[in-house]
Design a binder for this molecule. Structure first.
Ligand SMILES: NC(=O)c1ccc[n+]([C@@H]2O[C@H](COP(=O)([O-])OP(=O)(O)OC[C@H]3O[C@@H](n4cnc5c(N)ncnc54)[C@H](OP(=O)(O)O)[C@@H]3O)[C@@H](O)[C@H]2O)c1
Length: 261
């Protein structure tokens, strides 16, 4: 199968390089051509989006929302009759995409954890996508982690939970580490490694032993103990921050969805 990647930025590069590694024929194009000078030799570098789209059975459009309309309108006329168009953006609706093309279209939201083959990739499809298309797309995406199919109206919150979450987790623990630094002479780098390894191991422990967050809190925060002092602070003050976080991100998502040139 020929895979097209348009936009060789953070997501496009990650997908193109991964798909080439597993032996797919990958056709790439991007706006600033110099970005492709250091691309792996296995990629077919194209001189235009049209060239990449024309060659491909699945075309991933990996550009920002503001650039999506121009790219989709540009390639619509040259894509093969039966090719599948894939938007990497969760906010732009199939209704909007339908104003630019009447093709079979899916939306795919990977997360940066795809780099270590542990993405929780979200997918949703428009009505024209066949079961066979869904299966081929899923098979391809399974190489970068788990695939989760959601209805289109849940892609927003779904994206916050898997695709934005690495950023939320990193910023939360950045704050925690900055605070810890004020109270210790342990070197900064060591603090970060201690927290990161504990965070990662806690997630693995919960997944492996099917533990809930409450289970972990109960196991670590013994009644009247030191951990309990800390968890009390988190349960008292953090809910309002978490509420504000989702209110702000979902509002931004609504505005992005309505954006017009
Ligand atoms: N980053 C994430 O974790 C993530 C996760 C899931 C989904 N997404 C979605 O994936 C999409 C891409 O995000 P990103 O983080 O990869 O953005 P990015 O790093 O800015 O990459 C976008 C790339 O598209 C290129 N581009 C822009 N206009 C183009 C055009 N007309 N033709 C060809 N290439 C063009 C840009 O070229 P220049 O280098 O010239 O700017 C840039 O290389 C977005 O819609 C985003 O919402 C991102």
């Amino acid at each position: 199968m020929n895979v097209g990647i348009i936009g060789y930025g953070s997501m496009g590069k990650m997908l193109a390089d991964k798909f080439a590694l597993i032996g797919e024929s990958v056709y790439v194009s991007t706006r600033s051509e110099e970005k492709l000078k250091t691309a792996p030799a296995a990629l077919h570098v194209c001189s235009s989006n049209k060239e990449a789209a024309q060659a491909s059975d699945i075309v991933f459009v990996c550009v920002r929302p503001v650039d999506m309309e121009d790219v989709i309108r540009d390639i619509d006329g040259v894509m093969k009759e039966d090719s599948l168009l894939v938007s990497l953006n969760g906010s732009i609706s199939f209704e909007r995409i339908g104003e630019w093309t009447h093709r079979k279209a899916s939306k795919v939201i990977p997360s940066v954890t795809a780099e270590i083959d542990r993405s929780q990739t979200l997918v949703t499809h428009n009505k024209s996508v066949t079961d066979e298309d869904k299966e081929s797309l899923k098979k391809l995406l399974t190489h970068i982690g788990n695939v989760i199919e959601l209805p289109e109206n849940e892609m927003g919150m779904g994206s916050e939970l898997v695709s934005c979450m690495p950023g939320f987790i990193a910023s939360m623990f950045d704050v925690v580490c900055e605070s810890a630094k004020k109270h210790t002479s342990i070197p900064d780098e060591q603090i970060v490694k201690m927290v990161l390894n504990t965070m990662s191991a806690t997630g693995d422990l919960m997944l492996r032993n099917d533990l809930s967050f409450e289970d972990v809190v109960t196991r670590v925060a013994t009644k009247g103990g030191i951990t309990e002092e800390g968890t009390k602070v988190i349960y008292e003050h953090f809910p309002s921050t978490a509420d504000e976080l989702f209110e702000k991100t979902l509002e931004k998502r609504r505005k992005t969805a309505q954006w017009k040139k």
